[in-house]
Write a protein that binds this ligand. Structure first.
Ligand code: OOG
Ligand code: MG
Length: 263
């Protein structure tokens, strides 16, 4: 084992670097390039601390997002492990609403499925338990915006950066009894398809992503409370956003999630 894997890290200081980059919409060098060799555990501590800064500024946590739950995303980003990040109310753009391009560094968007919990979840749970704990499911779009130059990062970097999560839009909620295991998902920019996939791309069945969310929350000593939103992870690669573009996800059986980027 090298000395760097045991490096003492000032978690607050690293969280401030990433939080400032997000607030100022300014890209930074990867943390390892800045001399911080974080372990995965330390990376999640940084993520938690940057959430604490957000909560201090008045934001509220509304849920979590899963990442790298599809081969398409793992291949696009060259990272193989499943990750999770935190969602706050400030990150939400109302369905059909507008988000400002100036808020982001080089933003991307990806098609997802969202869950709304009616019962708390934590630890090892079966697929029937996660379905029974779910109030509703919906088509969703996640805006990711890596704080690192050119969207290049290691697993630890991306975890410390809240797994690139920056925004999300959720379509109308639908019954949790809908069979979501293999739904066609078409993401359009100004009416033209830019990514086409299936919900089966998300761990073979998106409910598995919710079970994984419960498991990782339990491992971190946390509970996903009733009322939480969980994003399952993208079913396709992400697409770069452009000023003025109208983004729409058309998901079979679940319907539409859409927003516009201001010019
Ligand atoms: C990391 C976030 C991955 C997903 O849905 O797989 C993610 C990134 O690609 O920057 O949100
Ligand atoms: Mg995502």
């Amino acid at each position: 084992m090298t000395a760097t894997t045991n490096q003492t890290i000032d978690i607050d200081a690293v969280a401030k670097i990433v939080d400032d980059a997000a607030n100022n919409a300014t890209a930074i060098e990867q943390l390892s390039g800045q001399g911080f060799e974080l372990t995965l555990e330390q990376a999640y501590q940084v993520q938690n601390q940057s959430l604490a800064f957000r909560l201090d500024r008045g934001e509220k946590q509304v849920g979590i997002k899963m990442g790298f739950t599809s081969r398409a995303k793992m291949i696009q980003m060259g990272v193989e492990d499943m990750i999770w990040g935190l969602l706050t109310d400030d990150m939400s753009t109302e369905g059909g609403g507008e988000t400002s391009f100036a808020k982001y560094i080089p933003p991307r968007v990806e098609p997802e499925i969202a869950f709304l919990l009616k019962k708390p979840l934590s630890g090892n749970v079966t697929l029937s338990e996660v379905i029974a704990a779910t109030e509703a499911v919906a088509p969703a779009l996640e805006i990711i915006d890596s704080r690192y130059d050119n969207f290049k990062f290691s697993l630890e970097d991306v975890v410390a950066d809240n797994c690139s999560s920056t925004g999300f839009t959720i379509g109308a909620w639908q019954s949790a009894e809908t069979d979501i295991s293999n739904l066609g998902m078409v993401m359009e920019f100004d009416g033209e398809a830019v990514q086409i996939g299936s919900s089966a791309g998300i761990l073979g069945n998106p409910w598995r992503s919710l079970a994984a969310a419960a498991r990782v929350a339990g491992e971190a000593g946390k509970v996903l409370p009733a009322g939480s939103i969980v994003l399952a992870g993208a079913s396709t690669a992400a697409e770069a956003l452009k000023p003025g573009v109208h983004v729409r996800l058309n998901c079979e059986k679940l319907g539409i999630a859409e927003f516009t980027v201001s010019k």
